[in-house]
Design a protein around this ligand. Structure first.
Ligand SMILES: NC(=O)c1ccc[n+]([C@@H]2O[C@H](COP(=O)([O-])OP(=O)(O)OC[C@H]3O[C@@H](n4cnc5c(N)ncnc54)[C@H](OP(=O)(O)O)[C@@H]3O)[C@@H](O)[C@H]2O)c1
Length: 210
C-alpha cells in the first residue's frame, strides 16, 4: 500500500522503515525533507513535505506531538476517504492546552478529537501504546512471540486494513473495538505502554472486561 508518514521521528521513522521492509511504498515527510533524504534512499522510500505525504498516501500515519495537530489540519487540508492512523498521545506538559482540554473532556477520546479534526478521513487509533524501542527491536516475530498492538476505529474496513499492516511487520493486532472503547489504551490506562506479547495482552483485556 502507499503510506504517507507525517512525523518521521521515533515512531513514524521506525514504522516507515518497517513498512518499507515489508514491501509497502512509503513517503516520509518533514518540515526539512532534505534531512531524511539519505535514510529514505537507503531503504527505497520517498521523502517530501507534509502536504506531499498527505497526498501520496492511501494510508496516512500521524505521529507528531499532539499539540501541533491544530496547525497541521490547516496545513494539510482534507484527508477525505483516506485511512488515518493516529499514533499520537496528548501530554499537557509537552502539548499544552489542546491536550489538557481533550483529557478534561469526558465525552471524547483523544483519537475522537483527532477524527473530528480530520473530518472525512477514516480514523484508526493504533501504535500510540507501544514504546518506540520495542517497536524497533521486537517487530518481525511470529505466532505467540508477537507484541500486541492495540487498535480501535469506528470504521470496520479501515480497522481491518490497519490490522493487516500491523501483521505485515510481525506484530499482533489486538482489536479493542470502537474509538469510544479506546480510552483503555490511552496514557495512564491499563493497556497503555505495556508492550505485552499477544497472549498476555489478551489475558489482560479479558481480566479488565470481567
Ligand atoms: N516515542 C514513543 O515511544 C511513542 C510511542 C507511542 C506514541 N508516541 C506518540 O507519537 C507521537 C510522536 O512521538 P515521537 O516520539 O515519534 O516524536 P518525535 O521523535 O519527536 O517525532 C515527532 C515528529 O513530528 C514532527 N513535527 C513536529 N512538529 C511538527 C509540526 N508543527 N508540523 C509537522 N511535523 C511536526 C517532527 O518532524 P520534523 O521536525 O522533521 O518536521 C518530528 O520528527 C507523539 O504524539 C507521541 O506521544 C510516541
Amino acid at each position: 500500500m502507499k503510506i504517507g508518514i507525517i512525523g518521521s521521528g521515533y515512531i513514524g521513522g521506525t514504522l516507515g522503515r518497517h513498512w518499507a521492509k515489508a514491501g509497502h511504498e512509503v513517503m516520509f515527510s518533514s518540515r526539512n525533507p532534505e534531512a531524511l533524504q539519505q535514510m529514505a534512499e537507503a531503504i527505497g522510500a520517498q521523502v517530501g513535505h507534509v502536504q506531499s505525504a498527505a497526498r501520496f498516501g492511501e494510508i496516512i500515519l500521524l505521529a507528531v506531538p499532539f499539540g501541533v495537530i491544530p496547525d497541521l489540519v490547516s496545513a494539510i487540508g482534507t484527508l477525505d476517504g483516506k485511512i488515518l492512523i493516529d499514533a499520537t498521545n496528548p501530554y499537557p506538559q509537552r502539548d499544552g492546552d489542546v491536550a489538557q482540554q481533550v483529557i478534561d473532556d469526558a465525552t471524547q477520546t483523544a483519537t475522537g478529537y483527532v477524527a473530528s479534526q480530520f473530518n472525512g478521513a477514516k480514523t484508526v487509533k493504533a501504535f500510540n501504546s507501544i514504546y518506540f524501542k520495542v517497536l524497533a527491536e521486537q517487530a518481525f516475530q511470529s505466532g505467540s512471540n508477537r507484541i500486541a498492538v492495540q487498535v480501535a476505529s469506528d470504521d470496520a474496513a479501515a480497522k481491518q486494513t490497519v490490522m493487516q499492516l500491523i501483521a505485515d511487520i510481525g506484530l499482533a493486532p489486538q482489536d479493542i473495538g470502537s474509538l469510544n472503547d479506546s480510552s483503555i489504551f490511552e496514557p495512564g490506562a491499563p493497556l497503555y505502554n505495556q508492550n505485552l506479547k499477544i497472549g498476555d495482552a489478551e489475558a489482560k483485556l479479558s481480566q479488565l472486561s470481567t
